[in-house]
Design a protein around this ligand. Structure first.
Ligand code: 5MM
Length: 340
């Protein structure tokens, strides 16, 4: 893929009113999701669930790409089409999660470092043959007593930049995801500070590793109160602080920013995105979504592992996709939410 093609792919990922569906749960995470609906995490059950998500008629109106897990990349639809090809036929770009997980970081209690650089060049070449247009790597930054440390932020930023450089070499757009977790009791102000320093460090490292900013997509947390914080910032404050943080850190050359949902409810994640796009019309980059749980949760519950629930589950997914597509345009309303 030439530089021009990388840029075209990156821009198509955040095309007007479109976003990304993250279905790249690793085996332990999908087991947790299936446990919540009392479904066994077998290879066939995972295939059946991903089949429902991938072959949902009408999804391509709102979804530009889907992030797959290695196993899903190699599975097929019920009629035998490889999942990446099934996506391409619908005009949806297949993406692939290429990190191998966030592991405990030596010498840094309660902090994580994401692994997966060994053999990445070879894995990217294979994923490209299988149809991947973009790849995702998630770094995890934890807020707590005395953390995050500079060592943890710098190590994760460095690894993110090395992964991004390898992706661009392979002709694959890197989706760079430094996630500041939302689970602690911190204020929105603390989330702002940590996200700010994380993004500054990540863009410094991307520069040092000669990553072309025009050819990446940033996937980031919103600036938000920790889930256990007694005072929860309102929707407009989350929108304002998130945009302020991004304006202070993200180069204008970046083709687009997508948010993770990080455990927010499906409706709140949509409301936050909508509030940003309704108020800020002239940002240097489109703001869109790359949600996992906030798109899938209602669908997963509706499915509950039963064939007879597939239509209802698909309708639930399509509704969330439509709501978030409208949120990309600042046109999401309570009426649209309730018109499910
Ligand atoms: C779908 O979940 C992804 C995979 O997580 P694990 O590697 O832990 O299994 C995850 O990376 C996801 O793409 C992002 O965190 C966004 O998902 P949420 O649910 O936060 O929107």
């Amino acid at each position: 893929m030439s530089a021009q093609e990388l840029e075209t792919t990156a821009r198509a990922m955040v095309a007007k009113g479109k976003g990304i569906l993250a279905i790249d749960e690793s085996l332990p995470t999908i087991k947790k999701r299936f446990d919540s609906i009392s479904v066994e995490s077998t290879e066939e059950n995972r295939r059946a669930y991903r089949n429902l998500l991938i072959t949902n008629p009408g999804g391509n109106e709102y979804i530009s790409g889907m992030i797959l897990f290695d196993e899903t990349m190699r599975q097929t639809t019920t009629d035998g089409t490889p999942f990446p090809q099934a996506l391409i036929k619908q005009g949806i770009m297949p993406g692939i999660k290429v990190d191998t997980g966030a592991k405990d970081m030596a010498g840094h209690s309660n902090e994580k470092i994401t692994e997966g650089l060994d053999g990445l060049r070879e894995r990217l070449a294979e994923y490209k043959k299988l149809g991947a247009k973009f790849a995702k790597w998630r770094a995890v930054i934890t807020i707590g007593d005395g953390i995050p440390s500079t060592g943890c932020i710098e190590a994760n930023a460095h690894v993110l930049a090395r992964y991004a450089a390898l992706c661009q070499e392979a002709g694959i757009v890197p989706m760079v995801e430094p996630e500041v977790l939302m689970d602690a009791d911190n204020t929105i102000g603390r989330c702002y500070e940590v996200t700010l320093v994380t993004l500054k460090t990540v863009f410094n490292e991307l520069f040092r590793q000669r990553v072309a900013i025009e050819h990446i997509i940033l996937k980031i947390n919103m600036v938000i109160s920790g889930k256990k914080c007694k005072t929860q910032a309102g929707v407009q404050e989350v929108a304002d602080q998130t945009v302020r943080c991004l304006l202070n850190t993200v180069p204008a050359a970046l083709p687009g920013i997508v948010f993770l949902s990080g455990g927010q409810s499906a409706e709140l994640a949509t409301a936050h995105l909508n509030a940003m796009n309704a108020k800020y019309k002239n940002l240097p980059w489109p703001l869109s979504f790359s949600y996992g749980r906030a798109l899938q949760d209602p669908c997963l519950k509706a499915w509950a592992g039963k064939k007879e629930n597939v239509s209802a589950a698909r309708a639930a997914l399509l509704h969330r996709e439509k709501c978030n597509s409208l949120a990309c345009l600042g046109k999401y309303t309570a009426e649209i939410e309730q018109a499910a």
